[in-house]
Design a protein around this ligand. Structure first.
Ligand SMILES: [Fe+2]
Ligand SMILES: [Fe+2]
Length: 197
């Protein structure tokens, strides 16, 4: 458990229906950042340098595809951003439009990484470099994306959507077991990236 989640009482360990959707999304951001940091450590130090931990990258690609591109961005798109639009904040009038473009780019990069994994395992230098570059771009897109959401988009949403409505969205969209699995997967990837190759 991170220091922040511990201070909050650990959303994954308690009843998520008591947490509003923005609190859950911010908790997930902490774990996404943990995985992005792990990816950055193992993707290869520079041009022509192969990834140091292919198993970690493979697990990270699965995490990014299922937990981030799918579950997390799905909750934002179908839940929070839709509620913002219903409250009079359409994507074109806020940074949400940019956030949606970045979700699309993230999904493209995840697929690029997934396509390169097998070749990288066979020692194909082109596949290793493609994997290193796609992983690097994913980190460069998602890390500032998370900052923008935490400090601009979510505060905007909190002003536009009532606390009750955010709590109901959390209740409808958040499965406590999935939230715990999200955190566990991120911690496992971080730990594996810290082990010697
Ligand atoms: Fe997002
Ligand atoms: Fe997000």
């Amino acid at each position: 458990m991170t220091a922040v989640s511990e201070a909050r009482g650990g959303l994954g360990a308690c009843c998520a229906s008591m947490a509003d959707l923005i609190e859950v999304l911010m908790e997930e951001h902490l774990h996404v950042l943990m995985v992005l940091n792990a990816v950055e450590r193992v993707r290869g130090a520079g041009p022509g340098q192969p990834p140091t931990h292919l198993d970690v990258l493979e697990a990270a690609v699965e995490f990014l595809r299922v937990q981030v591109d799918g579950a997390h961005h799905g909750k934002e798109e179908a839940g929070l951003f839709a509620a913002m639009e219903a409250a009079g904040l359409p994507p074109s009038a806020t940074p949400v439009g940019c956030m949606l473009h970045q979700h699309v780019r993230g999904r493209e990069l995840t697929e690029s990484m997934a396509r390169a994994i097998d070749g990288a395992r066979r020692g194909d230098a082109d596949a290793q470099e493609a994997l290193r570059l796609s992983a690097g771009e994913y980190v460069r897109v998602l890390a500032p994306h998370i900052q923008m959401e935490d400090y601009v988009v979510y505060p905007l949403a909190r002003r536009a959507i009532s606390a009750d409505a955010l709590a109901r969205l959390g209740e409808r969209l958040v499965d406590p077991a999935e939230l715990a699995a999200f955190a566990d997967a991120a911690r496992a990837i971080d730990a594996a990236a810290s082990r010697a190759p």
